[in-house]
Design a binder for this molecule. Sequence first.
Ligand code: AVJ
Length: 314
Amino acid sequence: MEDYSSVDDSLMQKEVAEGLSKSQKQLPSKYFYDEKGSDLFEQITHLNEYYLTRCEKEILQNNIKEIAERIGSDVMLIELGSGSSYKTRYLLEELSDLSTYIPVDISEEYLLKSVSQLRLEYPKISIIPVFADYTSHFKLPITEGSRQKQVVFFPGSTIGNFDPKEALEFLENIAAITDENSEMLIGVDLKKDVNVLEAAYNDDQGITARFNKNILTHINRQLEANFNTEKFRHEAFYNKEAGRIEMHLVSTEKQMVSVGDNEIAFEEGESIHTENSYKYSLEEFEELVADWYSVEKVWTDEKNYFSLQYLKKK
Ligand code: AVJ
């Protein structure tokens, strides 16, 4: 995952102050991912309860020939977010004729490190890192093979972190910066039994709780704040009306916290909303993307927990 430790402090300052001044306090979930947070997320992906990564891996493995066929050869693969994971390698391994691979990430340091490693492993692929926030209007490099078909790879159900309005803006943006006939391979977590959903965000070992609280530690370090993580408890539940898992940090007592020059008051039981993770039915997702993309193919795992979807720009 991304390492946001090199993130712009003034932007973080602004976003954190804004979020904590709302009546329902909130923090942008991108701030989970400092070095420690990226490590904790990696641990989450190995948890029994966290089915998402395992299911996506299963889908990729079971359908890799068909997926590689759809992607085709002489393509430009654009990956949004982490570009060094197991999934990336698995795909690069199968796409024997891949011409260009463009990992897009917000952390320059992380990106350069993974790119130099990938270049050693895949000398035939032209690898061009793009240092950008993919939720903003970033530019894709113009390459020699500008007629190559562009395929965007967006795994992990990261799209679930966006609320529907943000998801639409994201899709519109990606559609706008890619070519006419571009395609997308995207991981989307599906609606299912509430107990399965809630267990995935309330693991027995408390790793998700540590991941959630780490956002406060990150803010303490980066913005000279004094959150005491022991005075907040992890909470994660499925909000059925909104169709999303919500993560919160609940203040266990009435307290004051300073964040830079701001003093923030917490009531006992008051929460900071730290993350949304939206879950879709296949119909809902098709409808969500419909202005920009058509769904060409959907692959799911054995249990129908997770989907990998192949979209084509309209
Ligand atoms: C990486 C955003 C897909 O929402 O499931 C894992 C992050 N949060 N456990 C998710 C996460 C709590 C994850 N995403």
